[in-house]
Design a protein around this ligand. Sequence first.
Ligand code: 5RP
Length: 218
Amino acid sequence: MTQDEMKRAAAAEALKYVEDNSIIGVGTGSTANHFIDLLAESRIPLKGTVASSVKTAERLKSHGIKVMELNQTGPLDLYVDGADESDAQLNLIKGGGGALTREKIVAAASDVFVCIADESKLVEVMGEFPLPVEVIPMAQSYVAREMIKLGGTPDLRHGYTTDNGNIILDVSGLKITNPVELESKINQITGVVTVGLFAARPADVLILGTPGGAKVVK
Ligand code: 5RP
């Protein structure tokens, strides 16, 4: 099985969590794209969806799936999204696709967060994947200096602007042994919009695509 086939297997398993006539949040990235395509094929009746990015909204609409604003929906029944890394407690690094802020908002507003990924994303200690941090543009240098104080090496994601008009610093060299504490520390730095650590609100379920098919970790 290729990595992409493993992503698709995880996405297919996530369909089991989608209830008829529910409103679900949908994430961003190649694994989430598989989920969107399979959701369309499944013809599960939905009240609607909330997208975590402009790209995801466009893909949902291209399949004729209704996209709603989070401010219209109230709490969401389910959120399905990928991740760049997960530890065994289902704390996540997200934001490789740049959608971390909206992803965190949709995750916060959802009753159940199902994370879908290929098996390479499960790691013992997170931090091998550079941690994305969305930053207000004028705070770029200040926040970069604060990241260095925390032991990281920040790198501007060149030529990239988020859906919210901000920049992303990808911070490498962090060994994330206490994700809840690090998330809180980075969130408190002035100029940070969102850190791509999902630990205060981790996933509830992790589905990994493996060569033997989809495996539900928790
Ligand atoms: C986007 C994300 C994605 O979920 C993450 O980057 C994983 O992407 P992929 O499914 O393409 O491996 O957080 O901001």
